[in-house]
Design a protein around this ligand. Sequence first.
Ligand code: GLU
Length: 288
Amino acid sequence: MSRPVFRFAPSPNGFLHLGHALSALLNADLAKQAGGRLLLRIEDIDGTRCRPEFEQAILEDLAWLGIEWEQPVRRQSDHFDEYLAALERLEKAGLVYPAFESRSEIAQLVEARELDTGKDWPTDPDGTPLYAGKARELPEGERNRRRASEPFALRLDMATALARAGRGVSWREEDEDGIRDVPTHPERWGDVVLGRKESPGSYHLAVVLDDALQGITHVVRGMDLFEATAIHRLLQELLGLPAPVYRHHRLLLDRDGHKLAKRTKSTTLRDLRASGWTPADVRHAVGL
Ligand code: GLU
């Protein structure tokens, strides 16, 4: 049987903190226990927030922790053509459409809908209002004309996607206690953005393609991405990609009960190292 393949997939938009250390060490430990491989992927498709110096810092911090990963490291910004090809496939299959509203126009549409209905407009599991526009209904001529000159987002046509993939899609979630099937409700996310004119590929699309292209069998990541797995499973079904096993681990919280963020400077691995912490101290602090 082939060996299990794990991956750690940070975004270089800040320094790694204790929450990342938990994720990276857990991936490394589980890969070792399973006699598997560990890959590293740099998720840098958001060119406005990602910087090469953070990528360098990630490599240094992981090496300091004692983590070993296979070469080559996959960098998402080197693979835009692959994301574009997948978007084109989805669009040809009638599963994706361009929407032309700006973020502020979308906010105005939501406000107008709330006034009309007297009810709060529904939000996705991350708290963002669902897409309230009607770009899906634009006549083809207008769509093509506007596409040539205006910025646009490519959105998944969720209703058509669900009709094609069926509603019974689930994923396998594994933890210390065993493995269970989690039913998905991707409709909770509405018509999610899968790409933009200036950037062919969103986190959701890129993560799904990369996991498949890298042969990932086990996705171990934070609980904050648990709900997003519904979108990932749907995309895997639509694109005919294999489904890894998932494990969403607990999140580390700060004193106020918020998820640790890159801006919480006091817990970056660099600062902890500079103040004399050892990798063993990090392991202990994250509960491994
Ligand atoms: N790049 C994502 C992050 O840094 C992780 C994505 C994943 O593990 O699927 O939060």
